[in-house]
Design a binder for this molecule. Structure first.
Ligand code: G4P
Length: 531
């Protein structure tokens, strides 16, 4: 018996409403992994404290699985974690947070509807957070902020709020306020519920229950936290009342304001109200514009989605390639026949998977906001749109500007495998590849984070059996030449002329100065950072 269309529409609407898909952005060591772990524990998605990771003790994040990650104790590839939280179906996409990061990190931000920014209370906004924030800003992604490590000495909270506003250009609305810092850290005062949440360790991990006071003025506070701490808290709250920003849900949803929570992921402190806010306020799957400007609503009945990531060798036991699809509209079901817009070919989704770190399970139905892995027989590329019913094409995923370049040298004679390996890794989006326009045609790799070079070497060796070496080159930027293709350009000798696989001209610059010089000297062409 077929299901009536209205029942299907109702289910779709309900499932869309329930979904929250987000990523965490942070600088290495700010506490992203710990926050992920505690969130999963809180949500009951993992059973054991510390099962996610302990860097020193060699325990690993659920999403850490490649050897190279294990060797270095970092998470390189982003995996999707799914769990239920306060009645929401949450998908957390892991953005690798190590020092060098990759295009994968950027692309992940194209597949989420909001972000959480974790900052270290002692350090404030650091370089990588800023870069990731820029990508999130371009997409107008709403952002919640978690200021972490309140149990350690940190910077003045007002100073941190000011830095968020100044450096990132969004207003910052504190949701709670720390009482003391470091050794004198007593807890936080919830500015909305007027609760004092005590920070203290009790035997067996027990906690004192939060106490509701009538406000920061409540004399009872002196008994609870001490006279000095109360005075400090009062000063802070008065300042906030006079000049601070109050939480405004609409401003958050429009990415004009970030609600800020203070806490400690490690001590599991201040997480509850933060996660409650995530469940209450983070947006459900949003409509997306297709390539021709049509707005595709998530509740549209026809399935559509796009591939934002391709990963080979997910599991050494299954030597396969997985394409990760973000569902944008409709319902994706197992065995469904869809079309890949780029190839204009039908594909049957016979093995859609859901991943939880190393584990995978077959998915019967996936809804907008969900991320599904398709075992990829080479038929999916990054940015491909898949649809059923009415055709749709989502805009292509841009290349992000590479910052490190290296010549890839083959160390043996397995040319065919070498060529195939380089092509496939390029298709996966692991690196950009160009070839010198003159002389020997060896591949030059462009990557966002230099660690990618090690990964390329390791994967060519392990998966394609070819020995290669990347010799670092001293270029700092690549630009695609647009405009008059035959223009004779005025270029210093230090600039290398190359072409990409599609025959487009790409210039590599050894310094920002050279780049600016070339822009000035060649006004008839445009030099584009992204292809
Ligand atoms: P990341 O994923 O953003 O790189 O950060 P991660 O969670 O790995 O945290 C970096 C270090 O900071 C870890 O210590 C972690 O235990 C610690 N940390 C995270 N949150 C807090 C917090 O709220 N308070 C304190 N005091 N420390 C915190 P590590 O020694 O480098 O690693 P591990 O051996 O503890 O895993």
């Amino acid at each position: 018996m077929s299901v009536p269309a209205t029942a299907t529409t109702d289910t779709l609407r309900r499932e869309v409403d329930r979904r929250r898909t987000f990523a965490i952005i942070s600088h290495p060591d700010a506490g992203k992994t710990t926050l992920t772990e505690k969130t999963l524990l809180y949500a009951g998605a993992i059973e054991l404290a510390g099962a996610v990771k302990g860097r020193a003790s060699q325990r690993h994040v659920v999403s850490d699985w490649m050897d190279i990650e294990r060797e270095r104790g970092i998470s390189i590839t982003s995996a999707a974690l799914e769990f239920e939280l306060h009645g929401r179906h949450v998908t957390l996409l892991d953005t690798p947070g190590h020092k060098d990061f990759s295009e994968d990190t950027y692309r992940t931000l194209l597949a989420v509807d909001s972000v959480v920014m974790v900052i270290d209370a002692a350090k404030g906004i650091e370089a990588q957070t800023r870069k990731l924030f820029e990508v999130a800003r371009r997409r107008h992604l709403p952002m919640l902020t978690f200021v972490n490590k309140l149990d350690l000495p940190g910077r003045d909270p007002l100073d941190l709020l000011d830095e968020i506003e100044r450096v990132l250009g969004v207003s910052a609305a504190p949701m709670n306020w720390p009482i003391g810092t470091g050794d004198r850290f007593k807890g936080v005062y919830d500015l909305r519920t007027q609760e004092v949440l005590f920070y203290e360790r009790r035997p067996g991990g027990a906690r004192r229950a939060p106490v509701v006071v009538t406000g920061a003025e409540d004399p009872a506070l002196a008994d609870l936290i001490g006279v000095d701490a109360r005075r400090e808290l009062l000063d802070g709250v008065h300042l906030l009342q006079a000049a601070g920003t109050a939480f405004d849900r609409e401003a958050y949803r429009e990415a004009r304001q970030t609600p800020v929570f203070f806490g400690s992921a490690l001590a599991n402190f201040g997480l509850e109200s933060f996660l409650q806010a995530l469940a209450d306020h983070a947006p459900p799957p949003q409509p997306r514009e297709s390539d021709d400007g049509t707005v595709i609503e998530p509740t549209r009945s026809d399935f559509s989605g796009f591939v934002f990531k391709i990963q080979a060798n997910m599991n050494p036991r299954h030597r396969d390639r997985v394409a990760f699809v973000r569902v944008c509209s409709g319902v994706m079901t197992k065995d469904m026949q869809v079309t890949n817009t780029r190839l204009q070919q039908p594909v049957r989704l016979s093995r859609p998977h859901r991943f939880f770190g190393r584990d995978r399970e077959t998915v019967e139905a996936a809804y907008p906001g969900d991320v599904v892995g398709l075992v990829n027989p080479g038929r999916f590329g990054i940015g491909d749109t898949l649809y059923a019913g009415t055709p749709v094409r989502y805009p292509p995923i841009p290349n992000f500007p590479a910052e490190h370049f290296g010549a890839l040298r083959l160390q043996d004679v397995r040319f065919k495998q070498f060529d195939e390996g380089v092509r496939q890794l390029e298709e996966e989006g692991l690196m950009q590849v160009v070839f010198p326009s003159h002389g020997a045609r060896y591949p030059i790799l462009g990557v966002v984070g230099a660690l990618q070079f090690d990964i390329v070497e390791a994967r060519l060796r392990d998966e394609y059996g070819v020995a290669c070496r990347v010799d670092k080159l001293s270029y700092v930027a690549a630009r695609w030449v647009q405009g008059d293709a035959d223009a004779r350009l005025t270029l210093p000798n230090s600039v290398l002329s190359t072409t990409d696989r599609r025959g487009r001209r790409v210039l590599l610059f050894p310094s920002e100065w050279d780049l600016q010089y070339c822009e000035r000297e060649n006004p008839s062409v445009q030099l584009l950072a992204m292809a």
